[in-house]
Design a protein around this ligand. Structure first.
Ligand code: DQA
Length: 182
């Protein structure tokens, strides 16, 4: 199960500074993430709060069954020490998502304390960032796309695992294909 957690003011997505955060609503985001995860057989629990304590309580309450966390902490990214501490208490990875490019805005937004406790982060890609985070976390869970592209479906089992990103082994180079890139 994946937790989709949004912090302060993200309930206003769609109406709040749409030139920065876009016109999609939090409902749209949750629906998109649920769809990506459902296609891979992964359940989602979504939560938004304007209160740091409520966010901590939610993450803690689900710490045993959470297999991944998608977190947009909003402005708490830049202030909270308790959120990264809470994430460190989890066994599963967190992907930090910011709709806007926090490095291209006011200087105080450049630092996120949450990043220190995250597996990785996506910023500046709008709501697509949540989708990519969900795809990443589902792969880690061994979830399989319901409809595999033919090249993956037809591959040998070991190669298929590599194509799906489940194996650390490098893909063997097909010498006959090299000319295409030279
Ligand atoms: C945000 C960036 C934060 O700096 C800001 O306070 C937000 C939204 C983003 O998604 O771009 O509330 O997290």
């Amino acid at each position: 199960m994946i937790l989709l957690v949004n912090g302060p003011n993200l309930n206003l997505l769609g109406e709040r500074e749409p030139e920065i955060y876009g016109r999609e609503t939090l409902f749209d985001v949750e629906r998109m993430v649920r769809q990506v995860c459902a296609e891979r057989g992964v359940e989602v629990k979504a939560f938004q709060s304007n209160s740091e304590g409520a966010l901590l309580d939610f993450i803690q309450a689900h710490r045993k069954e959470a297999e991944g966390v998608i977190l947009n902490p909003g402005a708490l990214s830049h202030t909270s020490r308790a959120l990264p501490d809470c994430l460190r208490a989890l066994k599963c990875p967190t992907v930090e998502v910011h709709l806007s490019n926090i490095h291209a805005r006011e200087s105080w937004r450049r630092e996120s304390f949450v990043s220190e406790a995250a597996r990785g982060g996506i910023f500046g890609l709008g709501v697509l960032g949540y989708k990519f985070a969900a795809e990443y976390l589902c792969r880690g869970l061994g979830g399989k796309p319901r409809v595999e592209p033919p090249s993956v479906a037809e591959a040998e089992p070991a190669k298929r695992a590599q194509l799906q990103g489940f194996s650390e082994e490098p893909l063997p180079v097909d010498p006959s294909a090299r000319g295409d890139y030279e």
